[in-house]
Design a protein around this ligand. Structure first.
Ligand SMILES: [Zn+2]
Length: 456
């Protein structure tokens, strides 16, 4: 689906949410997928691609695409100790069966669903590098290349975050057999990064970063080496579970976020994924550094992680974005809805996050868009230089009838079921039409066939 010729597309939106607010009759010029001009109060001209009500696409800052295929298979309770850790054991067994073709088919299904829900770029936290028995593929980036292929075939923007994983726990503990597909030493990881660069060469707007999996999975020396070699954004899972906090305290005398800030120069390149269990001091450290906290409300609820102290973080000026993480349910609006509702339930109040000048939906959408863009290495918003990633709301949807301005975003995020998006454009190309991805049938058929093999 990639077209390398220089291509201009001119859109005319009846109304659009620009960085400084809603505007009428907005012409958006794009060249090679990037916005080259934005003109308000412009009459529609012949050749314009007409659109109704448009907002910018949203970045999904944290995904493990292959986990889409496990969604709903780990919801049986009753056993003592069913938890994040028992979920992880099932995930490891599932991995025993996944070959590169299956992996790509699952990733394509997940990425198609992301586009249909309004995500236009994903940060793929990619740790499945080796063959099921742990042996190396001839190309170290065999599996990373499948991520890139799934992004290319669906059209989703990709920020690839190859994951470094070497240990099973703090203090450099030996990895477990279930982790054999993830493992590298630093030299092997440097080679992987080089191969990933080649795998992304055909996708000009792909971004390459890296991800130390967690403080459990790398030693302080390895973390320093990774920080020094990072080609772009740096993402890490941190403080998702209280058990991790306790283990970090036992190992170092410090909490995970506290330890990270004491030992690593954390800056605006960093995405701290989850950061669920943090003290008030850690909240301040994160906010002051300009790093982005990657919140994954649906997955965090599904895994029973806990609630991030969002209000204090926002009041300290902290930046955040959302991610679909385990992909148990892929829905951009629902991530933001659940983020807000978790805080309302715990604080027993309404509209508890937005500082007040903007509606909650507008504020959540813009903040999450800017935060994700920062740590995905791409610009966001309908502005010159940003990608022409456009979501067209469907004003025929009952939840959007009669709405104007920010109430459109509030109604989409809080009051609409599926179907609130009419079309989705990425880099100026239409990928979702009438709510469905343009290649849905073929991608869904391959996903069905792959699941038939894996679950047989
Ligand atoms: Zn994750």
């Amino acid at each position: 689906m990639h077209d390398n010729t220089r291509k201009s597309v001119r859109f005319h939106a009846a109304r659009a949410l620009l960085p400084d607010g809603w505007a009428q009759d907005v012409r958006i010029d794009s060249v090679d997928g990037r916005i080259s001009a934005v003109t308000v109060d412009a009459a529609r001209e012949a050749g314009d691609q007409p659109l109704g009500t448009v907002v910018a696409g949203l970045g999904n800052l944290h995904s493990h695409a292959f986990q889409r295929a496990m969604a709903g298979l780990t919801e049986v309770g009753g056993r003592s100790g069913d938890s994040f850790w028992s979920w992880r054991e099932l995930m490891y067994r599932f991995l025993d069966r996944l070959d590169p073709d299956d992996f790509q088919a699952i990733a394509a299904q997940a990425y198609m669903e992301m586009l249909e829900s309004g995500f236009t770029r994903v940060g793929e936290f990619h740790y499945l590098h080796h063959a099921p028995d742990g042996s190396r593929y001839a190309d170290p980036a065999e599996m990373a290349g499948r991520v890139a292929a799934a992004a290319a075939e669906t059209g989703l923007g990709l920020t690839l975050l190859p994951v470094f994983y070497a240990h099973s726990d703090f203090g450099g503990a030996a990895p477990t057999p279930g982790q054999r597909r993830f493992l590298h030493d630093i030299d092997g990881f440097a080679a992987l990064l080089g191969s990933c660069r080649k795998a992304l060469a055909a996708t000009p707007d792909a971004v390459l970063g890296l991800a130390p999996h967690s403080l459990r999975a790398c030693t302080p020396e390895e973390l320093a080496a990774l920080t020094a070699m990072a080609p772009g954004p740096i993402h890490i899972h941190i403080a998702e579970q209280t058990r991790e906090v306790d283990a970090c305290l036992a190992w170092s005398g410090q909490r995970p976020v506290e330890w990270l800030y004491a030992n690593v120069p954390v800056d605006q390149r960093w995405c701290l994924v989850h950061a669920t269990h943090v003290s008030p001091d850690e909240v301040r450290l994160m906010a002051d550094s300009g790093a982005v906290v990657g919140l994954c409300p649906i997955t965090e609820a599904n895994l029973g992680d806990g609630l991030f102290p969002m209000r204090a973080f926002v009041e300290a000026g902290g930046r955040f974005g959302v991610g679909s993480d385990s992909n148990v349910l892929i829905d951009a609006a629902e991530e933001l809805r659940l983020l807000e509702y978790g805080q309302r339930l715990s604080m027993r109040g309404r509209n508890v996050l937005s500082p007040g000048a903007l509606s909650t939906g507008r504020w959540l959408y813009q903040q999450a868009g800017e935060g994700a863009a920062q740590v995905l290495g791409e610009r966001s918003g309908l502005a010159v230089g940003a990608p022409a990633d456009l979501l067209e709301l469907d004003l025929d949807h009952p939840s959007l009838h009669g709405r104007e301005g920010d109430a459109l975003l509030d109604s989409w995020l809080f009051a609409a079921r599926n179907g609130a998006l009419r079309s989705v454009w990425r880099n100026g190309r239409e990928l979702v039409r009438d709510g469905r991805h343009v290649n849905r049938a073929a991608i869904a058929a391959r996903y069905r066939a792959a699941l038939g093999r894996i679950l047989a």
